[in-house]
Design a protein around this ligand. Structure first.
Ligand code: HEC
Ligand code: HEC
Length: 224
């Protein structure tokens, strides 16, 4: 019963967010991947080039906590960088690399990474089967006792992402997924529409965060 009420509330909120997103999508230049490639190799003048952390293939790196960018939605990637420069998403490691770029340059960079092929997922075989099972259950069925809906309700079938509002999580690095859930818990990331992710992250235990991160990181990603 409670799950049903939660579900209809959730769908009403989602519909509102999608309408908001559709009306706020402007006709701005969607970005030029070739210009983006040049900027990614050069950097913004005072920061490091993108390739230093995100890799030449945009695959990122689990140990460094650098997210995969390759094949993600361009408008989503652009929004994240704009949010960092606006101070709604705090990252002392990332933000100094983009603070000299204007809107068009950020769109070019986003278009460049969105165009790249999705790198292969590497599963961490050292993760306990029971941890993976907990992650799978939470991602696919949710934790209704704690009002946590399945992640795939918003992030889409197989968590491959939906449009530019809901990013792909499949194949994203576990350390990065973990750091973002903690960033929402710690008020370091405040850029989610209608606080959809804040509400969820706040209800997850550390054990659950580790489990969803490991499980999502092991899922195969396809191009969004
Ligand atoms: C010194 C390492 C470093 C460099 C150089 C760097 N990044 Fe990042 N980037 C990060 C880290 C770390 C994060 C995760 C930030 C966080 O924890 O919120 C990130 C996050 C991002 C995100 C958000 C991805 C998502 O899924 O939300 C985008 C987009 C991005 N970087 C693009 C770029 C671009 C474009 C450049 C080059 C102009 C660049 N980065 C240079 C380390 C770096
Ligand atoms: C009610 C909808 C909704 C549900 C359910 C949901 N998310 Fe999200 N999630 C979002 C939105 C919206 C964003 C993008 C926020 C933004 O614009 O910065 C997001 C972003 C994320 C990100 C950041 C990805 C990146 O590349 O930066 C992670 C990690 C994440 N969600 C994990 C989860 C996990 C794990 C679950 C399930 C336990 C979950 N989400 C369930 C709406 C949702």
């Amino acid at each position: 019963m409670e799950a049903n009420i939660m579900n209809s509330l959730l769908h009403a909120t989602l519909a509102a967010v999608l309408v908001m997103a559709a009306t706020s999508a402007t006709a701005a230049d969607s970005g030029n991947p070739d210009r983006g490639a040049t900027l990614a190799a050069q950097g913004d003048g005072s920061g490091a080039p993108c390739t230093a952390c995100h890799g030449a293939d945009g695959a990122g790196n689990n140990a460094g906590g650098f997210p995969r960018l390759a094949g993600m939605d361009a408008d989503y990637l652009f929004k994240q960088m704009a949010d960092m420069n606006a101070g709604q998403r705090t990252s002392p490691v990332m933000q100094p690399n983009i603070d000299n770029f204007d809107e068009q340059q950020l769109r070019d960079l986003a278009a460049y990474y969105a165009d790249m092929p999705v790198p292969e997922t590497s599963t961490d075989t050292s993760v306990d089967a029971s941890v993976m099972a907990m992650g799978s259950k939470l991602v696919n069925e949710g934790d209704w006792d704690n009002y946590v809906p399945p992640c795939s309700t918003c992030h889409g079938p197989g968590n491959q992402g939906v449009g530019h509002v809901f990013p792909a999580l499949a194949g994203q690095h576990p350390n990065y997924i973990r750091s973002q859930l903690q960033a929402w818990q710690n008020n370091q990331r405040n850029n989610d529409p209608n606080q959809l992710m804040t509400a969820i992250a706040e209800r997850l235990s550390q054990e659950q965060i580790d489990a969803v991160a490991a499980y999502l990181g092991s899922q195969n990603a396809t191009k969004q």
